[in-house]
Design a protein around this ligand. Structure first.
Ligand SMILES: [Zn+2]
Length: 61
């Protein structure tokens, strides 16, 4: 299972969807850093997780 992560340049958000849930625009796949082939999306995944955490905090209010 390979989970790719995408970036919506319109919303400036990371998502796992090829089409942004927010604006319905096509997302881009961010270019992974050459020096970390084992965890090429790790950085983006962390940002994504953070985003999701922030969202759930807001939703719980
Ligand atoms: Zn978007």
């Amino acid at each position: 299972m390979s989970k790719e992560i995408f970036y919506c340049s319109n919303c400036k958000k990371y998502t796992l969807e090829k089409i942004c849930n927010n604006c319905k625009k096509e997302t881009l796949s961010p270019k992974p850093a050459k020096f970390s082939p084992l965890d090429k999306y790790g950085k983006y995944r962390r940002i994504y997780k953070k985003q999701m955490a922030n969202q759930s905090i807001k939703e719980n209010k």
